[in-house]
Design a protein around this ligand. Structure first.
Ligand code: GDD
Length: 321
């Protein structure tokens, strides 16, 4: 049996990763969560997971939990993950993301264990990318445009440094945007899908509120993404960093159009100024060649299927099913 720990197991990617790992033999699955986090995404699998309460910002609590679990593998997904929140609460975002990550490394180091650890870094780290740099390779300069992006650069470089200094078995994944069922309603695809379903149900007037529709993002289905996380630890190299993405870019406007084409409602699109950011990353289109060559990973779920599943998720959820 291998003991596998997921931080952020109650969240979007964490719950999908847990489901995926439970399809595999010989895994004892552990998750840590904050005492007040909701468990609705993992309630259906709770009999097969041991979840423990832990505040990642508290070194003692992290060390105690890691001593108890003694994981062979750690997937570090817990984070403050919404870019706009990082402008409202920059200090908290930096602390949760960087110090939370540091506490895991320090716990592992002091306990003299060396679990394989995947750190969920982000394409946001690339930030300002120029047209002649597309598609983005891992070697691209990092020019972060938000406190969130800076926090992910911090996690990324800490991971590198702990590998170089202490030979910790850390593999960094720079995940580009990912979505699918259970996506938090603040993120663009889920926000739009939820608004559309509310309009379908007559719960709101036929007006969709949006932010910057000109940004371009590279979307992967969350189920492909978490399979990538697993492969990163199975076949990736410690100390290395890998982009995980689809290699295709969509304007946010196109995503709205795709979602609207899957509904029979006619809507008006209105810009809500509060959704605009002090600086928005204009374009992120990734190159996953390095990851594919190392692990064999490829995205398998077409974007339209992801959008359909997301709409159906909201249809069921809002109907109370
Ligand atoms: N949230 C939101 N709401 N975004 C909007 C809206 C809106 O109404 N309208 C346009 N956008 C634009 C944003 O300005 C941004 O350019 C893009 O849609 C995507 O926004 P988000 O879905 O909030 O995601 P993100 O790209 O900022 O960050 C996500 O991806 C990163 C990887 O690149 C998050 O999942 C991060 O945690 C992740 O690291």
């Amino acid at each position: 049996m291998q003991r596998v720990l997921i931080t952020g197991i109650t969240g979007f990617a964490g719950s999908h990763l847990a489901e995926y790992l439970l399809t595999m033999p010989d895994i004892e699955l552990y998750g840590i969560r904050r005492w007040r986090s909701r468990t609705e995404f993992i309630d259906h699998i709770s009999n097969n997971i041991k979840t423990l309460e832990c505040d990642l910002r508290d070194q003692t609590s992290v060390t105690n939990i890691i001593r108890e679990i003694k994981p062979d593998k750690i997937f570090h997904l817990a984070a403050q993950s919404f870019v706009p929140t990082s402008w409202h609460a920059p200090g908290e975002s930096l602390t949760t993301n960087i110090i939370g990550n540091l506490n895991i490394f320090e716990a592992v180091r002091h306990l003299n264990i060396n679990p394989w650890t995947q750190v969920a870094c982000s394409s946001e780290e690339y930030g300002m990318v120029y047209p002649d740099e597309l598609p983005i390779k891992e070697t691209n300069p990092l020019r972060p445009l938000s406190p969130y992006a800076v926090s992910k650069v911090g996690q990324d470089f800490l991971s590198y440094q702990y590998y170089m200094s202490y030979k910790l078995n850390v593999v960094r994944t720079r995940g580009f945007n990912h979505t699918g069922p259970r996506r938090g309603e603040v993120f663009v695809s889920s926000d739009f899908a939820k608004q559309i379903v509310e309009i379908e149900m007559g719960k709101r007037e036929p007006v969709i509120y949006v932010g910057n529709l000109e940004a371009i993002r590279d979307f992967t289905d969350v189920r492909d993404m978490v399979r990538g996380y697993w492969l990163a630890l199975e076949k990736g190299m410690p100390g290395e960093v890998y982009n995980i993405c689809s290699g295709k870019g969509y304007k946010i406007r196109e995503i709205l159009e795709i979602l609207l084409s899957m509904s029979d409602k006619k809507v008006e699109v209105r810009v809500d100024e509060t959704r605009l950011r002090p600086s928005d990353v204009p374009v992120l289109i990734g190159d996953y060649t390095k990851f594919r060559q190392q692990t064999g990973w490829e995205p398998t779920i077409p974007f339209k299927k992801t959008m359909e599943d997301l709409l159906n998720y909201w249809r069921e959820k809002l109907a109370g099913r």
